[in-house]
Write a protein that binds this ligand. Structure first.
Ligand SMILES: [Mg+2]
Length: 303
């Protein structure tokens, strides 16, 4: 039954797999925690691969390129996982959206850092605006009333950018005055998880996206889980049948919601962010879209 949060054991897992062709895994908190594999996860993934199940890794963490993720998988024992099995939706969907859209102007105004630039370069997407863009380069009054804009820009992509400043905000907002200019945001994470959150709160992408949203008075297309941009990308690329697909993750608001919203079966693992207490809370609040069909302590419990 959907949203029942039934605990799986190896027998029930084997039964479930009879109706599953594709398993989509989140990475952080499911496959690994920082630099260590979650015990048993590599064995389970390799067993699924040997059974001929299609395995797709979908991470919202865009700090690494897909090649770097493949290297990490190989090192931690996920031998069957290759670069092309890994989806970094924030980046890939942005490229996909750009390629699908008939833009009369081909350049992107980019608020973003290296990971995003690497994938745009790899896909031959031209961009401007990366790196520092200092106010000192412009006369203050001229700048306020005559922002220098590139006439070839037809899309604005906003991700995390440690150089973000007033100049970039003005440029992004002014490009977005054109209703035909695409507005894409990589994610709305508020803070970065880190070892010293009590000392330093690492402000993430949401604050930057919000600044551009307020300035431009527009809403962006959002990439990553749980959004449909990611689902559409996966569906188009692998032709998955959602009813025969299981989404596995450690976060209800991204992974489980992604599965529920797109008609997949869902499983929560308790080796990462969310717990059964969280699930109880969501049930009391009647937030059905956050409730998994199944759960396991960790993937290794299903061996
Ligand atoms: Mg995770």
């Amino acid at each position: 039954m959907p949203g029942l949060c039934e605990q799986l054991d190896p027998t029930k897992w084997a039964e479930l797999l009879k109706n599953i062709d594709t398993v989509i895994f989140d990475a952080d908190g499911v496959l690994w925690l920082e630099m260590d594999a979650v015990p048993g996860s590599p064995e389970l993934i390799e067993r699924l691969a040997a059974m001929g199940k299609k395995i797709i890794i979908v991470t919202n963490n865009s700090t690494k390129s897909r090649i770097a993720y493949e290297e990490k998988c190989q090192k931690l024992g996920y031998k069957s996982i290759k670069k092309d099995d890994i989806v970094n939706p924030q980046v890939l969907c942005a490229v996909e959206v750009l390629q699908r859209t008939v833009l009369t102007k081909r350049k992107v105004y980019l608020i973003g850092i290296q990971g995003l630039k690497d994938e745009l370069d790899h896909n031959g997407v031209q961009y401007v605006g990366d790196g520092s863009d200092h106010f000192e380069n412009y006369s203050e009054t001229e700048f306020l009333y005559d922002v220098p804009l590139d006439p070839e820009v037809g899309a604005v992509i906003v991700g995390f950018d440690s150089h973000f400043n007033y100049v970039k905000l003005m440029k992004a907002a002014n490009y977005l005055r054109d209703p035909n200019c695409l507005f894409i945001a990589s994610n709305e994470d508020t803070i970065f998880p880190g070892p010293n959150l009590n000392v330093t709160m690492a402000v993430a992408t949401a604050a930057i996206v919000t600044a551009v949203k307020v300035a431009a008075q527009r809403e962006p297309l959002l990439m990553g889980k749980p959004f449909s941009t990611t689902y559409n990308y996966i569906r188009a690329r692998w032709n998955i049948d959602p009813e025969r697909t299981l989404m596995v993750g450690d976060r209800c608001n991204t992974d489980i919601k992604f599965g529920v919203d797109h008609g997949m079966k869902t499983m929560l693992v308790l080796s990462g962010v969310h717990s059964l207490d969280d699930v109880d809370t969501y049930r009391k609040e009647d937030r059905k879209y956050l409730l998994p069909d199944f759960y396991a302590g960790k993937l290794g419990d299903l061996l």
